[in-house]
Design a protein around this ligand. Structure first.
Ligand code: XIL
Length: 314
């Protein structure tokens, strides 16, 4: 049957995957499926701060360049991920005893170098990632603690200068439905737009639990679209309590259908990206004890019911 990307392209839609250069280099099946099935890609780790600037001013673009080469060779739309995030942040930033102006300079230098290197080549930047907690309050981080909430507007403006053609997005998890955390994004987005801060989209990560999707995903996407913003599901996976049996794989397929249809129903929801290619390399078992099998292909690269669900939705 025809690849996912063919059906996505027919309707101007993006079906993406998070890709890791070590697997692209070492696993030909992974590489072949990535190229065949997906017309968009996000670097799973290669553009994060700990990789791109492990010590101050020491920029390392080897992995990110390899990722870009693969994406461009295969006509994939790239989501840059991510410029300002509390996690995978090297100790020199996190533990630096910064004044406001020092940390702002550090942040601007990082944005200038990373967004500047790929200027004109990145469709969307996740400029800031995971800035709110579940109750809708600001997440403590060296950025928030030192600079206050204004670091987000500053980062957006700076990225707009570094790469004027990139769309500028915020990205987070547990904002699929309407809840305190997605409400915080809804309010922040309105504030930023009212102030004329460049903001183009909201990325809904979509790290979900099998059979436990929140209700109201489509309505939530729609309310951001109604602000004139784009939306995407940026890191979709649906984790199953292991071992996964047939009925759980069928439930997972229904959950993928729900998310696909919610996005496809809203003008302005432009992409669904799955957070990996095969279950074998997923981040889920490392982080969520007892869970696994969250993706479209099993560890032997057989397409799962979830793959068929995505195919049918497109
Ligand atoms: C994860 C990667 O998949 C792992 O390889 C890494 O060890 C940790 O980060 N939210 C994000 C992603 O925005 O960057 C995270 O990716 C998953 C959660």
């Amino acid at each position: 049957d025809s690849p996912l990307r063919v059906h996505a392209e027919e309707q101007g839609f993006e079906i993406g995957a998070a890709l890791a250069v070590n697997h692209l280099n070492n696993d030909s099946q992974y590489r072949a499926i990535a190229a065949r099935e997906f017309n968009a890609a996000t670097p799973e780790n290669e553009m994060k701060w700990d990789t791109t600037e492990p010590s101050r001013g020491n920029f390392q673009f080897g992995p990110a360049d390899q990722f870009m080469d693969f994406a461009q060779a295969n006509d994939m739309t790239v989501r840059g991920h991510t410029l300002v995030w509390h996690s995978q942040l090297p100790p020199w930033v996190e533990d630096g005893n910064w004044t406001q102006s020092e940390l702002r300079t550090v942040m601007y230098d990082h944005i200038d170098a990373v967004a500047g290197r790929y200027r004109g080549e990145i469709a969307y930047w996740d400029v800031a990632n995971e800035i709110f907690l579940e109750d809708g309050s600001w997440r403590p981080s060296v950025f928030y603690n030192t600079l206050g909430s204004g670091f987000v507007a500053d980062a957006l403006r700076r990225t707009a200068q570094a790469d004027p053609n990139a769309e500028l997005w915020l990205n987070d998890y547990n904002i699929e439905g309407i809840n305190a955390k997605s409400n915080a994004y809804y309010e922040l987005a309105q504030d930023l737009l009212a102030q004329g801060v460049p903001l183009d989209g909201i990325g809904i990560q979509g790290h979900l639990i099998n059979g436990q999707l929140p209700s109201g995903i489509q309505q939530n996407i729609q309310r951001f679209a109604d602000l004139g913003l784009k939306v995407a599901i940026t890191e979709l996976d649906v984790r199953i309590q292991m071992p996964a049996d047939q009925s759980e794989l069928a439930q997972q397929a229904r959950d993928y259908t729900t998310v696909m249809n919610a996005c496809l129903a809203v003008d302005g929801c432009v992409a669904v990206t799955v957070w990996g290619v095969s279950d074998q390399y997923s981040w889920v078992p490392d982080v969520f004890q007892g869970y696994g099998a969250p993706l479209l292909y099993n560890s032997n690269y057989q397409a799962k019911p979830a793959y068929d669900a995505v195919h049918t939705a497109l």
